[in-house]
Ligand binder design. Sequence first.
Ligand SMILES: NC(=O)c1ccc[n+]([C@@H]2O[C@H](COP(=O)([O-])OP(=O)(O)OC[C@H]3O[C@@H](n4cnc5c(N)ncnc54)[C@H](O)[C@@H]3O)[C@@H](O)[C@H]2O)c1
Length: 423
Amino acid sequence: MVVEKLASRDVTVGILGLGYVGTTLAAVLLKNGFKVVGCDINKSIVETLKHGCCHIKEKNLDHIFNKYKIDVTTDVDLTVRNSDIVIVTVQTPWFSSGPDLSYVINACKTISKNLSKRKLIIIESTLPIGTMRNVVLKILKSSGLNLGEFYLAYVPERILPGNALYEIEHNSRIIGVADEESGIVTKKFYSTFVKGKLYLTSFEIAEMVKLVENTYRYVNIALSNEIAILCKKLGLNSKEVIELANTHPRVNLLNPGPGVGGECLPKDTRFLLKVFEEMGIESKIIKASIMINESMPEYIAELIINSVPKGKISILGLAYKGNVADIRNSPSLKVIRKIKDHYNIYVHDPYIKINCNGIKVSDNLEEVLKDSNAIVILTDHDIYRYIDLNKISKLMKNKIIIDTRNIINKKLAESYGFKVLSV
Ligand SMILES: NC(=O)c1ccc[n+]([C@@H]2O[C@H](COP(=O)([O-])OP(=O)(O)OC[C@H]3O[C@@H](n4cnc5c(N)ncnc54)[C@H](O)[C@@H]3O)[C@@H](O)[C@H]2O)c1
């Protein structure tokens, strides 16, 4: 039985989906002594990992894959058959019509085909409310086995890209189950590598909690964006306003910026909005937040066009957030699209080596800044926070910085002759 083998780590964990979540989780489980089989239907991911390289950039990840051996395969059936615990970390994208559950459904169908008694199935992918009971459990039961014969839990992932390995081990986790046995087994499993608290609840509460967490952050950013726009009109430094407001013990405003990107926040907010709509309730606050956050790239584009003369312009940062290599839904892409007919655009991003979406990305900062009319900081990579303002002031044609992330020391920049416009 799984639970008795956990202490000695005599357990094989199969992970279905080696994207950001699955790969980082695999690394943590390897480090904690588990036998891990990583499975992805994408051959190139599997080949990359087979050759000892990693397709995901994350602090300490390469080091773990160098030190511990992961078995990787594209064979989903075999992975399920050979694993005591199967964790599903496939994507759950948002389409304009609603959530796309096809990847979860396909993974569950394969699990169902290969399900045997006492296997623990865990879903970590983000799900709309009701999916565990009405979709996942139903598919697994079509195997002929019933809950009690196998174990099932929903444990939504909560990691922050850029600090994922630490957070997998230290965050508290919500465990949604429909029977007591699954709760006991799943809690025991996570307690072997999670130092945070483990909270047991129902499928539906766990599903709702995951969506509420990210919607809270999304709405919070929308408020910060509006505050920043107002501060700009009033001639106040929004960074100082937000920092000082946050000294209140019960205030925690997030940073304003050029929009909200990434895979999770915009998507999870829409998942929750869809539930409101299905229940016949209008969520005015979510709708307004989407409008505000979605309008930020346009706001930034207008700021650029109104303040920077035509010619060369330098965009710093293509990733959707600092110190990661992820461009999914990145506001940078949206801003670039809106200003591309006005400027000769040069883009720098140290994390993104390839040219994406037809945009040429360089890692040579000097080349990107030389004879430029302005710097537009769109991503808060640390390297931009500590940029040598003195040195770059000598490279540029016009000394304008548009700092959409509020990371530049304005006074210092002004002392080198820069005009700094921030959000
Ligand atoms: N990226 C994050 O920071 C983050 C954080 C918390 C939660 N989540 C959620 O976790 C889930 C996964 O996110 P991600 O960013 O890792 O996605 P991803 O798109 O990077 O990775 C998913 C992987 O699953 C693979 N896959 C699809 N179907 C498969 C199958 N049947 N068998 C094996 N592999 C299969 C895909 O090829 C892909 O490589 C999503 O629901 C996401 O919302 C993501």
